[in-house]
Design a protein. Structure first.
Lengths: 182, 309
């Protein structure tokens, strides 16, 4: 596997800032909007968005985590037993505008499960999707993001990984490609 | 800790420490699910579960049914009263007939010890033991230990006394196995006639003095006297039993520490435990019932993930 940095720490910071301004354009002061990160990797994106948005807006915004394990469509179809992460939504989403957040949009299956999981908490007035990386042309379902940090064209055999300073020690987005697959 | 080491849940004895921790971890997630506005997940929508109750049950059957429904499984219920069992059909025939209707999992309560084990070796569906005679009642033991973990933070190092009819209790045996696997110290307490002769071989303490036992423990699990399983008289009268082994407020207040009170139900108020104690803030009896649904969801989910198509 060869790896290639597609976003470095500085670029991630800029991208997060741009996404925050885009969010403010359509959500104003977030008085009727909430941000929900999909476990396990979407919550890191939310943490960055939250701190940036709060410093721009000057007040706290409501954020939560959502685990989708029990809503996945591959139960009994994969060997691995998935261990659920924590769901933490201590507010109502009824009639709220919800921004679902994940790190990478690939097949769209996680987002499909995320929508189902989200709706067990109530009926939001609108749901939007924000992803840091959009792997174009690899969707299994008709799902697209409303906000995306960067779009990349990838093959199925390739892999995108988003690393965070808090977890992996460095902020970066890597693309792993098989040698000589072009 | 990828998945359970067993394909059926016939008893706690077959589980490893890791299995129990995995079940608890899953139960944590399901407990959050059953407190959502919509208390249901779609994971098991292509699974059919048969609840076979060859013996009476209220709590366990309702709890299993609810757990199955919360996981979106299809369920069929069977109870021995009013069935062909009364016409002389054997267990295997009854179950095979039900399985031909394409059932993936069987939850069974049966009056004969070992019935679940027997079944699990002979059918392809997953089997969950919901109580087999005086042998084991694994889901009850798991929810009891889970409730202790929830209230006290951990089970390891805690002292638990099981009081009452140990001889006829499947809850006691499963609880002893489960608590020991999790690193707790266990004592049984009751009249000599209701303590099995060789139970000390399991590595547990035995006491015949309730006050002494309560002063030793952190948690007291009060069992019901199972009069329906007793063919002879094991003690002179219920009144004498409740005087010697019943837990009342006065006794509870006389202890030098605060202990947790548990009861697997159904309670005989005024016999093994008074109303004041059962309804006190030291009692976690209703938490046990709530946790029962989460624990059963976890077990059903984990075993269902092993069903091959």
């Amino acid at each position: 596997m060869e790896k290639q940095v597609i976003l470095n720490a500085q670029q991630i910071e800029l991208t997060i800032k741009r996404l925050c301004h885009e969010l403010i354009e359509s959500h104003d002061d977030f008085s009727n909007s909430v941000i929900i990160g999909l476990q396990p990797r979407g919550i890191q994106v939310v943490a960055r968005l939250k701190s940036e948005l709060e410093s721009i807006l000057g007040h706290a915004i409501q954020c939560g985590n959502l685990d989708i394990t029990f809503f996945r469509d591959d139960f009994r179809r994969t060997e691995k037993q998935r261990i659920p992460s924590v769901t933490n939504l201590d507010f109502s989403i009824e009639n709220k505008k919800v921004v679902l957040v994940d790190d990478v949009l690939y097949t769209g299956r996680t987002i499909r499960a995320g929508l189902d999981a989200l709706l067990t908490f109530g009926r939001p007035s609108k749901v939007e999707l924000l992803v840091l990386i959009d792997r174009r042309f690899s969707r299994d379902l008709p799902i697209q993001a409303d906000y995306y940090g960067k779009t990349v064209d990838t093959l199925k055999m390739e892999r995108v990984s988003v690393d965070w300073k808090e977890l992996e020690g460095i902020d970066q987005v890597l693309l792993y490609t098989k040698e000589g697959n072009e | 800790m990828n998945n359970l080491s067993v394909d059926h849940l016939t008893g706690i004895r077959d589980l490893t420490h890791e299995d129990i921790q995995l079940i608890f971890k899953m139960a944590d997630s399901f407990k959050e699910v059953i407190n959502r506005p919509i208390k249901k997940v779609p994971s098991l929508r292509d699974i059919t579960i048969a609840n076979l109750f060859f013996e009476n049950s209220t709590r366990t059957r309702l709890s299993f049914e609810l757990a199955e429904k919360r996981l979106s499984a299809d369920i069929i219920n069977f109870s021995a009263s009013g069935s062909s069992v009364k016409k002389g059909e054997t267990l295997i025939d009854t179950v095979n007939n039900i399985l031909s209707m394409k059932v993936d999992m069987v939850v069974m309560r049966h009056p004969n010890p070992g019935a679940a084990q027997f079944l699990s070796q002979r059918i392809s569906a997953k089997v969950i033991n919901a109580g087999d005679g005086t042998h084991e009642h694994p889901t009850q033991a798991l929810l009891d230990a889970y409730s202790i973990r929830e209230s006290l933070g951990d089970v390891a190092g805690k002292k638990v006394v099981i009081v009452g009819d140990i001889l006829h209790s499947r809850v006691a045996l499963s609880n002893i196995y489960c608590l020991q696997k999790l690193g707790a110290e266990v004592m049984v307490c009751g009249p000599t006639t209701l303590i099995p002769k060789y139970i000390g071989d399991l590595g547990i303490r035995i006491s015949h003095n309730l006050k002494e036992a309560l002063n030793w423990c952190d948690v007291a699990n009060m069992l019901r006297i199972q009069l329906e399983r007793q063919e002879i008289k094991y003690f002179p009268s219920l009144r004498e039993y409740s005087m010697l082994f019943g837990l009342n407020k006065q006794l509870l207040d006389s202890l030098d520490k605060r202990i947790l009170i548990m009861h697997p139900g159904p309670i005989n108020r005024g016999v093994e435990i008074t109303s004041e104690v059962a309804d006190s803030d030291q009692s976690i009896i209703l938490n046990q019932v709530e946790n029962g649904v989460a624990i059963r969801m976890a077990i059903i989910y984990l075993l269902a993930s092993k069903i091959e198509r």
